[in-house]
Ligand binder design. Structure first.
Ligand SMILES: CC(C)(COP(=O)(O)OP(=O)(O)OC[C@H]1O[C@@H](n2cnc3c(N)ncnc32)[C@H](O)[C@@H]1OP(=O)(O)O)[C@@H](O)C(=O)NCCC(=O)NCCS
Length: 185
């Protein structure tokens, strides 16, 4: 079986979640729902019901095993405090994917998301052999824009009505990082 990554840098540990993590996942999303929902695609109505999570996690494992994505959670011990995910992996001449991330409201401003995104971009280029990572953010989401700049992403454009976020089609700033950027001094 393809080995799932476990990525570490200082206080940051990123790994895929299993059924045993469901209580922590529900706790994470419950305590962050007011904070995260303005930046998130619609959540299922039953997001906090344990029964839906084994199916959601099985879908994440399928995506990983089929090479289509990799959803990693940021662990502080057994507690979940964020996530970083690669999705829409395409091979052929594109060798690209999308990046998404989020962090517990109460641990922001310490550089944890920066460390986590850097670990995952390194994994995408070195272990998965991808060439390009695309990450897009809403113009008002300054923390997200700053995070991407810190991690070396550059702005490539602007897309109107790009993603359905928090009940509306939201414009996004388009950015990317390539493995050539990573090798720059
Ligand atoms: C986007 C998001 C992950 C950014 O979180 P964040 O806490 O700002 O990012 P980090 O954890 O990397 O912390 C960076 C901050 O810590 C500071 N910091 C402290 N120590 C640091 C260190 N060792 N390394 C880097 N930064 C450090 C930085 O200066 C920065 O603060 P500043 O923005 O005031 O300059 C978070 O705001 C979030 O989850 N938002 C909601 C979901 C979301 O928007 N997702 C993205 C959709 S596109």
């Amino acid at each position: 079986m393809k080995q799932p990554p476990v990525l570490r840098d200082g206080p940051v540990t990123l790994k895929m979640a299993n059924d045993g993590d469901v209580p922590e996942l529900i706790d994470y999303y419950q305590r962050n729902q007011v904070f995260l929902r303005p930046f998130s695609p619609p959540w299922p109505e039953n997001m906090f019901e344990p029964d839906i999570w084994p199916g959601r996690l099985a879908a994440q494992w399928d995506e990983f095993l089929q090479g289509r994505g990799c959803k990693l959670y940021l662990f502080d011990g057994t507690r979940i405090i964020g996530s970083v995910g690669l999705s829409g992996i395409q091979r052929g001449p594109f060798q690209a994917c999308f990046l998404g991330y989020e962090l517990d409201e109460h641990v922001q401003g310490k550089g944890l998301a920066t460390r986590a995104v850097k670990l995952v971009t390194h994994y995408a280029f070195v272990e998965l052999g991808l060439h390009r990572i695309q990450a897009n953010y809403m113009p008002a989401n300054e923390r997200s824009g700053k995070l991407l700049r810190r991690c070396g992403f550059t702005v490539e454009g602007y897309a109107r009505d790009y993603l359905y976020i928090n009940g509306t089609w939201a414009d996004h700033v388009l950015t990317s990082l390539t493995n050539a950027d990573l090798l720059k001094p």
